[in-house]
Design a protein around this ligand. Structure first.
Ligand code: MG
Length: 161
């Protein structure tokens, strides 16, 4: 078992008018989008932090600071690709990623397949090793009514494969 590592990532962004709704590397047709220094793709940010955490590396906020103008309006696919490169350099291979997207903004279900394909492509693993589930908030809490999106991601890394 000492060749396995589990990672956990979490991210939350406000959803505001006038922003592209990019989640999981896919642009969704929606009136609001995640506010952020980068494109605000909370799904890719949570996946990035899960991978970095499992590999024992820095977190996404340290690698791609929101104070750094280089990452202003950055495409989070570029950030995740850099994370994947760093994780691979440690000798770990990505086995799978599982993701929960909690929001009452855009509907996730119609875009699950596209997100799985986009994320699988970025991670270099087949779609069936990437899962994405949308979750309603039952009208509860600060993110109710579509004001934000919260994402949890877990991943499994294996060394020596
Ligand atoms: Mg973020």
């Amino acid at each position: 078992m000492n060749n396995l590592r589990i990672g956990l990532g979490f991210d939350v962004h406000r959803l505001v008018p006038g922003r592209k709704c990019v989640l999981g590397g896919v642009e969704l047709p929606h009136a609001t989008g995640p506010l952020g220094h980068s494109d605000g793709d909370a799904v890719l940010h949570a996946v990035s932090d899960a991978l970095l955490g499992a590999a024992g590396l820095d977190d996404i906020g340290t690698l791609f600071s929101d104070k750094d103008p280089r990452w202003k309006d950055a495409d989070s696919r570029t950030l995740l690709s850099e994370v994947v490169k760093r994780v691979r350099a440690t000798g770990f291979a990505i086995q799978n990623v599982d993701i929960v997207v909690a929001t009452e903004g855009p509907r996730i279900a119609p875009h699950r397949a596209a997100m799985r394909a986009a994320i699988g492509n970025l991670l270099g693993i087949p779609d069936d090793r990437v899962n994405v589930k949308g979750k309603s908030l039952e009208g509860l809490g600060a993110l109710a009514g579509g004001t934000g999106v919260a994402v949890q991601a877990v991943c499994l890394l294996q060394i020596g494969v």
